[in-house]
Write a protein that binds this ligand. Structure first.
Ligand code: AP5
Ligand code: MG
Length: 220
């Protein structure tokens, strides 16, 4: 079993890499943003509350966020070859909650991969991102387009622009990242788990670098 986190600012390529890594190593990809969006789309009370924060680029409060993902993390870790967590934890209290959740299941975190990408590139990536309505796969109009315009290569459903992918909200997401999520990197560095990667090369190159690193750690 191999459990890992993928971290990085908005638009760093967490979802893109996590989806490919999950396929490569037969892991479950669990993205906290997808969990929130699914609750929002379902109109659940938690989704409605979370959307008040998400639409403005703010973080969903820790207790609410952890209540949405805790059970899914346990199920994903126990029922698969391991999990790629994407987007959770995003604050120090969430990192502590995750350590507790994994500890209760007797599960170990094996790697924390951080993708580094500068702010201007992030803006270009996110304003041209397209996201699949069905399976959440991400594309980019210019540098990662679908084979057929507007249609997901994997599931055939339609592609859309995420409501929080507009410039004003992206800038707020970046500000929130620096303030609240960057400190989480130190938490994992202190535990000897953090490995940083340049996230600016083409998608396939970043993927190869991360794969080689994970293989060294024993991922198969
Ligand atoms: P979330 O969905 O996690 O969004 P995010 O962190 O802002 O990250 P993104 O999904 O925007 O980017 P990504 O790194 O996955 O990049 P991607 O692979 O798509 O969270 C959304 C919201 O939910 C939060 O703002 C918050 O409100 C709430 N939330 C979620 N988790 C939470 C938590 N734990 N606590 C509290 N609130 C939470 O790639 C981006 C684009 O770049 C794509 O178009 C892609 O094709 C392209 N691309 C990728 N890699 C490359 C490359 N190497 N070269 C060129 N283009 C590339
Ligand atoms: Mg994502």
């Amino acid at each position: 079993m191999f459990n890992m986190l993928i971290m990085g600012p908005p638009g760093a390529g967490k979802g893109t890499q996590a989806q490919d890594l999950a396929k490569r190593f037969s892991l479950r990809h669990l993205a906290s943003g997808d969990v929130v969006r699914s609750e929002v789309d379902g109109g659940t009370p938690k989704g409605l509350e979370a959307n008040e924060y998400m639409k403005d680029g703010k973080l969903v409060p820790d207790v609410l966020m952890t209540s949405m993902v805790a059970d899914q993390i346990k199920v994903a870790c126990e029922s698969s070859n391991g999990v790629v967590l994407d987007g959770y934890p995003r604050t120090l209290p969430q990192a502590e909650s995750l350590t507790k959740i994994l500890g209760e299941c007797g599960i170990e975190m094996r790697a924390v991969v951080n993708l580094k990408v500068p702010g201007q590139e992030i803006l270009d990536r996110l304003v041209f991102r397209l996201t699949c309505h069905g399976c959440n796969r991400v594309y980019h109009r210019n540098n990662n387009p679908p084979k057929v315009e507007g249609i997901c290569d994997d599931c055939g459903k339609g592609l859309k622009i995420r409501p929080d992918d507009n410039e004003q909200v992206i800038r707020e997401r970046l500000r929130v990242y620096e303030e609240q999520t960057a400190p989480v990197l130190k938490y994992y560095e202190e535990r000897g788990l953090l490995k940083e990667f340049d996230g600016t090369p083409p998608i396939g190159e970043v993927f190869q670098c991360v794969v080689q690193y994970l293989q060294k750690l024993g991922a198969e």
